[in-house]
Write a protein that binds this ligand. Structure first.
Ligand SMILES: Cc1ncc(COP(=O)(O)O)c(C=O)c1O
Length: 450
């Protein structure tokens, strides 16, 4: 594998790792400097939803660059930011919405947490100083986002400097925690009640907001809620004046077969965070969508959101986001995701449904995952020391397949799953190729440990 790492001055996250040099991309494929082709079955980290090299997005970016690259939002607005906000607001049920554009998912989370606190203060409820979130969640890597995040491994090093004012409740994770004889609905209600219990414990005048991924992404691996769960969560939030923030950084923007994942849950949150599929990787862009009701309160109050960054509302990023949203609409990609996701799930079940080490195949739309276990009968995970997820990542890469395996889903330390989030444009032949390469990668990763 050609590598730049020995002489590299880039601070790569894995210091002893050899990275091939990516030089181009077209559709679902990325090519390295040696001419090797990689099938991008996870869009990196569920980002490249249009695939690579879409000339329409590149053109929109160039057009904006030719006009104006940057202006600070304390002086100006831009046409592309206005148009993108209009489109997102029109697409999201329960609006209208105002949209605060940032550079990625973590910034969107930070903005949501800070706005939620500000709103309560402006309502005269400054006593509200706690967030509630879920174990096994991920909302980003900045300190605020990591504080509400529930992935033990990602939090551990920074534990002493994270906010102590966060309470975590269990997620909905039916494969492992739905009890025998319990219906999916009853299980979901049981999990939702954990929110009511925590609010009672902390004090209903102390809780700012509840934040959750509508469909859990990287940490558990494409886990949707059970029917009724979010409706119950919404009603608990309403009862206690707690804001509901849904993190759709990974699962939104058509990834799950609807423009917003929460459309399938029958609820409307107070705030929505977006990133990844919003710009499809063509530009770094994220967004916080805030229900107009809340913005109205702010308007009648202090009249300003106190939080901000230099690159808020970046014109080139908004131009890219706008082009991506237009393409999703013009090319009928929401429907295509629902259709193609069903086909990919069916093929995964056909090929791996009886695999002795595939415990669960799950997900929505083109956000799918397989959970790997040592023993299917008792769902026992492989020990963390086997690093199965890292082995799968390496063998897949070697097979020319990019997927997104992670560890810790079973109990925070043990457990392995492989997340698949291919471009919405993936074709039938590429799905076949994906499954073939994944099968070979899995077999190689398991050999010697299974
Ligand atoms: C659900 C979720 N929220 C937030 C984030 C953070 O986004 P970013 O990495 O763009 O800061 C991620 C990233 O993977 C995510 O999956």
């Amino acid at each position: 594998m050609p590598s730049r790492s020995n002489a590299s001055r880039v601070f790569h996250r894995a210091l002893a790792h050899d990275y091939p040099e990516a030089v181009s991309g077209r559709g679902c494929w990325i090519y390295d400097a040696a001419g090797r082709a990689y099938l991008d079955a996870s869009g990196g980290a569920a980002v490249s939803c249009l695939g690579h090299g879409d000339r329409r997005v590149a053109q929109a970016i160039r057009r904006q660059l030719d006009r104006l690259a940057y202006t600070h939002t304390s002086f100006f607005t831009t046409g592309v930011a206005e148009e993108l906000a209009d489109r997102l607001s029109a697409a999201a049920p329960g609006g209208p919405w105002r949209v605060f554009f940032v550079s990625g998912g973590s910034e969107a989370t930070e903005a949501a947490l800070k706005l939620a606190r500000q709103i309560h203060v402006e309502r005269g409820q400054a006593s509200r100083d706690h967030f509630v979130s879920r174990h096994f969640s991920y909302h980003g890597n900045t300190l605020g986002a990591l504080s509400v995040g529930g992935h033990a491994g990602r939090r551990k090093l920074y534990g002493p400097i994270l906010s102590p004012n966060v309470r975590h409740i269990p997620p909905v994770y039916a494969y492992r925690h739905q009890q025998a004889g319990e219906t999916a609905e009853a299980y979901g209600l049981r999990m939702a009640r954990a929110l009511a219990d925590v609010v009672d414990e902390v004090g209903s005048d102390r809780v700012i907001a509840f934040i959750a991924e509508t469909v859990v992404g990287a940490t558990l691996g494409a886990v949707p809620a059970t029917p009724g769960y979010f409706r119950e969560i919404r009603s608990i939030c309403d009862r206690h004046g707690v804001l509901l923030i849904l993190d759709e950084v990974m699962c939104g923007m058509a990834r799950c077969g609807s423009r917003f994942a929460f459309e399938q849950e029958g609820v409307v949150p107070d705030m929505i965070t977006l990133a990844k599929g919003l710009g499809a990787g063509y530009q770094p862009i994220g967004a916080l969508m805030v229900n107009e009701r809340i913005v109205g309160e702010l308007e009648r109050g202090s009249g300003a959101f106190q939080h901000g960054h230099t690159y808020v509302g970046h014109a080139v990023a908004c131009a890219a986001g706008l082009a991506v949203q237009e393409i999703i609409e013009q090319d009928g990609l929401v429907e295509r995701v629902a259709r193609t996701g069903g086909a990919l799930a069916a093929i995964l079940r056909e090929r791996f449904g009886d695999h002795p080490h595939v415990g669960d195949i799950r997900g929505r739309g083109l956000m799918l995952a397989m959970e790997l276990v040592e023993d299917r009968a008792d769902k026992r995970p492989f020990p963390a020391a086997a690093k199965l997820w890292a082995r799968v990542k390496a063998t897949a890469m070697d097979e020319g397949l990019i997927c997104y395996p992670s560890g810790g889903a079973a109990d925070g330390t043990n457990g392995d799953h492989v997340l698949l989030a291919p471009p919405y444009t993936i074709g039938a032949n590429e799905i076949e190729e994906l499954v073939r390469r994944l099968g070979r990668a899995l077999a190689r990763a398991l050999s010697g440990i299974a």
